[in-house]
Design a protein around this ligand. Structure first.
Ligand code: NAI
Length: 418
């Protein structure tokens, strides 16, 4: 077979990539069921799909599912540090064009986005809204049916575009499906962010003070898992309701400056900019470790940290040490990029099964309904969300209770129970 167009690190890694994809597939029962249906029904026949996502073994299974549904698929990386080069090689080996090289620079990153958009896709799968932004800023004439967005940060950007009236096609905020954010963001980010810090620094969490900035879905998961490992958790929040929720889950809630003095390990998950900056770096303990789980590498102000430091060195793979002029050493994991993808392997397949099933069903729904949609941000219909959850429960060996006729009647009536 002629090699498909690609820009990857090393085609000879394909064999390892195939095995990783197979291992992930075994824990993606819902996506596998969708793949089998897609093979039969061909709901994406003749459609071109361009995806800008983390190039991981789970994403590979999503790409194979879309192709099984009849789509022509092309993939580039949504983050320069998350690409699994062996998986990229395996996909190319299976005839799917991939543009992704782990560690690629910013110019290459955007060149790769251009490469996938040059295929004239009907649908774009985005993660962080970079591709959708290029489609608005540089390719305003390019026709497109619509897009899907995977993460909170991308959805925020897209809702801002819709509010300004500039969004030029409908978008499904897959992130906002219950079966995505309540599981992927919470359980996936929770576990894999700690995994990234452990791999990079090999630290013990038990007995340490872990500061979690932001108590949204991701922060909730990180805080719960750190607590489970025996850490004392401090949460910082700007939202009073979420702050109280953290307090009632047993965490201390402090201002970021107070937290900075006490923390041993800091993890940001806010989707915001410069959450930890000069004033915090000035008071952190010697040996404090900082990591970011938010989408962009802006949550830690590393340019300020670099200016404050006398020297910077890579102490271990994915662990940078900043030597301060007073002798303190502040540590940063994976250059402040998504810690779970930069220093570990991202979310386990078991949870991506739900997110990517939501993606696959959303693509099918978007193709069926786009002519009736406005240029707005939509959530996947509730029945599809429930279908993903039902299949997942089944795959986990659980059983769902069904309402009796009497119960249906009771719930629908207003004059019983007095
Ligand atoms: P969310 O919107 O549910 O939570 C963010 C929280 O941060 C909110 O409660 C907000 O009040 C708080 N916050 C904002 N600015 C703050 C500040 N300066 N200090 C303290 N708290 C602040 O968002 P979610 O879903 O938890 O996502 C957070 C980030 O993680 C986003 O950038 C998202 O794209 C990203 N993400 C990363 C994943 C990963 O694999 N690492 C997976 C899913 C999402």
């Amino acid at each position: 077979m002629e090699p498909v167009p690609n820009d990857i690190a090393d085609p000879s890694l394909a064999d390892l990539g195939h095995r990783r994809i197979e291992w992930a597939a075994r824990r993606m029962a819902v996506l596998s069921a969708i793949q089998m249906r897609f093979e039969k029904e061909q709901p994406l026949a003749g459609k071109r799909i361009a995806a800008c996502m983390h190039v991981t073994s789970e994403t590979a299974n999503l790409m194979l599912t879309l192709r099984a549904g009849g789509a022509e698929v092309v993939l580039c990386a949504s983050n320069p540090l998350s690409t699994q080069d062996d998986v990229a090689a395996a996909l190319v080996d299976q005839g799917i064009p991939v543009y992704a090289v782990r560690g690629e620079d910013s110019e290459t990153f955007y060149r790769h986005i251009d490469a996938i958009l040059d295929t004239d896709p009907h649908i774009v799968f985005d993660d962080g809204a970079d591709t959708t932004t290029v489609l608005h800023q540089e390719r305003a004439e390019q026709p497109i049916v619509g897009a899907l967005e995977e993460t909170t940060t991308g959805v925020i950007r897209l809702k801002a575009m819709a509010a300004d009236g500039v969004l030029r096609f409908p978008v499904v905020a897959v992130n906002d499906s219950a079966t995505k954010h309540l599981f992927d963001n919470r359980h996936g980010t929770g576990q894999s962010s700690l995994d990234g810090i452990m791999r990079a620094a090999n630290v013990l969490f038990a007995g340490r003070t872990v500061v979690v900035a932001g108590y949204g879905d991701c922060g909730w998961g990180i805080a719960e898992r750190a607590k489970g490992l025996g850490a004392h958790v401090i949460v910082t929040e700007i939202d009073p309701v979420r702050a109280v929720s953290a307090a009632m889950n047993g965490h201390r809630v402090l201002s970021s400056l107070d937290a900075a003095r006490e923390g041993d390990i800091f993890i940001t998950a806010t989707g915001n900019i410069h959450v930890f900056r000069e004033e915090h770096f000035a008071v952190m303990k010697d040996g404090a470790i900082m990591a970011n789980a938010g989408h962009f590498d802006v949550e830690l102000n590393l340019s300020q940290l670099g200016d404050m430091a006398e020297a910077v060195r890579e102490l271990r793979p994915n662990l940078q040490e900043y030597l301060m002029d007073d002798g303190r050493r502040l540590m940063v994991v994976a250059e402040g990029r998504l810690v779970n993808l930069g220093a570990a392997e991202g979310h386990p397949a078991d949870v991506m099964d739900m997110s990517f099933s939501a993606q696959a069903l959303s693509a099918e729904w978007l193709l069926q309904t786009h002519e009736t949609l406005d240029n707005q941000v939509y959530v996947m219909p509730e029945e599809l969300d429930n279908e993903v959850a039902r299949l997942k429960l089944e795959a986990m060996g659980g059983g769902l209770e069904e309402l009796t006729a009497e119960q249906v009647n009771y719930l629908a009536s207003w004059n019983q129970g007095t």
